[in-house]
Write a protein that binds this ligand. Sequence first.
Ligand code: GPU
Length: 825
Amino acid sequence: MTEARHRPRRTVGDSLEDFERDLISNLYYQRGTTIESASGPDGYHTLAVTVRDRLVDRYARTAAAHYAANPRFVYYLSAEYLLGRQLRQNLLYTDTERWVRPIAEDLGVSLEALEVYDVEPGLGNGGLGRLAACLLDSLATLDIPAVGYGIRYEFGIFKQTFRDGRQVERPDDWTFYGNPWEFPAPDDRQLVGFYGATQPDPRDPGGLRRVWVPGETVRGEPRHMLVPGYGTQTVNIIRLWQARASRESFDLARFGVGQYVEAVDDIVRAENISKVLYPDDSTEPGRELRLKQQYFLVACSLRDIIRRYRLRNSGWEHFADKVVIQLNDTHPVMAVTELMRLLVDEHGVGWDEAWDITRRTFNYTCHTLLPEALETWPVRLLERLLPRHMEIIYAINHFFLEEVRAAYPGDTDMPRRMSIIQEGDERRVRMAHLAVIGSTAVNGVAELQTKLLAETTLHDFAVLWPERFHNVTNGVTPRRFLRMANPRLSELITGALGDEGWLTDLERLHGLGTHADDPDFRAAWRAVKRQNKGDLAAAVERATGVLIDPDALADVMIKRFHEYKRQQLKLLHVITMMNRIRADPQATYVPRTVLFGGKAAPGYLAMKQLIELVNAVAGVVNTDPVLARHLRVVFPPDYNVTKAQFVIPAADLSEQISLAGKEASGTGNMKLALNGALTIGTLDGANIEIRDRVGADNFFLFGMDAQAAADLRRSGYSPRAYYEADFELRLAVDTIASGAFAKGDRDAFAPVVDAMLHRDEYMALADYRAYVDCQDTVEQAWLDTERWTRMSILNTARCGFFSSDRTVREYCERIWKVDPVRVNP
Ligand code: GPU
C-alpha cells in the first residue's frame, strides 16, 4: 500500500505546469481532440475534469480518514438540491483559478466563454433546495463527516420563458452536454419495491414481523457529486439516485412477437420515477408518482446508510450512535417507516428496540407555516403503493396514541388531533405528525416560525414533548454568495479587514463597522456597487432588451411567485409610482429600477396571471417616455442560482414583504443584506433577526406583525374597505381594472383584480398604505447618499450571523452531536 498507488496525483506541490499538462492530456484522451480543433464544450469539459481531479484526490483522502476514524456521520435526506454552477466554485476551492486565467489567456479562450456550458443542476424549486446546498457546503467546510442523499432528476426545475408576457415552461435538459461533475457508482445500486402484498412471517407467528412481497421492483443507481469544503482538505459527497428498470423489466416474450415498444413499457414506467422534479414550491399536488419518488429516495438511501454502517460496525446497538439522519421537510419522512421495516422485517430486530433505534436516528426540519404545505397522503394510496409501510404506520400510531391517552386520560379530542391518521371522507396520513413522533429533534428555520410552530401547527406535540423542539435559524454560504458572486466587494472587505479570514469566520465582518464612517471607504463601497450595477444593467439588456440606468435605485424582488410572498403588493406600489408620475410629470422623482425574478408553479394559475401582469406593467412603463425617465421595470426570465449570483451584488433595496407569520425564514433576505442591500420588510421569518442585528435604523420596517395579521383575519377581513378608504390604492387597483395594461381589455386581468378585492388571502391591501409610505422613507434615505452608504456597510458588517457555517455549528452542537474529522494534506 504505497502512497503512490493510492495517490496518482499530488495536490500538494501541484503547479501551473502540472495543471497545464493535465489539461492537454485530458483534452486529448478524454475528448479525443486537440487544442486546435477543440469546441467550446470540449474546452469546458476538459477544464472541469482537470479541476475535478484535484478534488478527487482530496475526496480519496477524506474517505480514508473517515474510514479510519469510524465517526458519527450526518446523513442529509432531501428531495431537492440547488447546487448552482460548479466550475467557478471548484476553481476557488482548489485555488486553481490563478493558473487557469493565464493558461486560458495563452490559448486565447476566456473562462467566461467556457462558463456558458456550466449548466447549474436545477434539482430543486427554491429556498429549501438552496438551503440544502448551503448546509452541505458548510458541513464540508467544518470537516463534518456527512453525505447528502437526493434524486438525480433527469429534468430539473423547468426553464421559464415568456411568450407575450406569459410564463411558458420548457424542459431543463441539464445533462445535454454531459455532466463532468458526477461519478456513477453502479456497484452500490439498490433494489426498491412497490405495490404487492404482505403476509405473516413464519419466524414470528402472530407477531409484528411480516413479509412484504412487492409487485414491482425498480433499481436505484447512485451517482455522486463532490462537495468540497473551503479552506480545508475535506471533500464530502452528495449521492443522487437514478431509477433504472430492474433486469427482468425487459419483456422478451413481447419483443419476440414483434411488440418492440410494449416490450419496454415496464422499463419506461420504472425510469419515470426519477424523470422530473415536481415544480411545486410549498404546495403539494399529492400525486402517486411523487410519493413513489419520495419512497425511492428513502429506500435507496437507507440501504446505502446501512451498507456504510456495516463497513466498520456490526450489530444494531451502535447504529444510532454512528448515524444521524436529518429529514429535510416532510418529503423524506417515509424513511421513519422504512427503517422500522428494514430493522423489524429484514433484520429481525424486536419492535421496541427498532423503534428506539429509529427515534434516536432521525431529526426533522420543518420549513413552513402554511397548512397546505404539510404533506398528507391518502391512506388508500399508501395501502396500494406501500402496503407494509401502511401497516407499520398503523402500529406506530397505535403505540403513540396509547401514550397520548395515558398523558391525557379521558380526553378524546387529543388523540384525534394528534393521530398520524386524519379522519374524514378520505382518510389521510399526516407526514408531519409521523416526522415528529419518529424524531429526536424537530426544528424550525427562524425564531418566529419555530415559536409559531409550537403555538399553532405543532402545538399539541410541543406541549407533550417540549424537549424535542428547537430553533436553528437558516444561513447562507458566504463563499458562493459573497466571495464568488461579488468579487469586488470581497476584495474591498479583505483589504479593510487585512485577510480573508472572514470567509470562514463571517462574524469578522463586524470589523467593517469602524470603516462605515470613513469617507474614502464609503466612496469605495459605492464604487463597487456602481460597477456591479453596471454589469447587471448589461446582463439585463442582453436578456430583456430593456436599458436600465445603473445609477437608479436597484429595487429587487427575487423569489418564487407565491401569494403569501406578495409580489402583488410590490406591483401595487409600482403602479402607484406610475400614477404619481403621470399626475405630476414635472416633479422630481428618485430614479428607480424594479427588478422581479422568479418562477410560478405551472399549475398555480393566479401566480401565472400575476407574472403576466408584471410583464404587462413593465411593457407600459418602459415604453412610456414620461414614465421611463424615472422608472423601469424589468423581469429577466428563468431566475435561478446563477442569476441570483448576478443580481444580488447589484441590489440596493431588498423586498421582503411577505405577510407576517407566513414566510418560515427566507434566505434571499440574508444574501441581499450581506451584499449591502437595505431591506424593506415585514416582521416575518428571519427578517426579524436581520433587523435585530443590523439595527432598526438600518432596516425599513412596515406593516402588521404576525399577531396583528391573525387578529385582523379573525375579526373578519374586508379588502374592499381598504380599497375604498385609500385614494392611491383605489387608483392603483382601478388602473389594472381599466385595462391599461392590456390595451384596454378590461377582462384580461379581471381575475387578479377580483382576487385582490374579494379575497386577498394574504391581506396585501391592509398593508398597502404602510408599505407605500415606507417606500417614501426609503427614497428620503436614498437621497442622502452618505447616510445610505453607511447603512449599507453596516448591513454587511452585522450579518455575519447569517453564515450557514453558524447554522451548521448549531445543528452539530444541539441536534447532531457530531465532531469534525480532519483530513491531512
Ligand atoms: N421552502 Br415547505 C421552500 O423553498 N419549499 C418548500 O416546499 C417549503 C419551504 C422554504 C421557505 O418557504 C423559506 O421561508 C425558507 O427560508 C426555506 O424553505 C429554507 O428553510
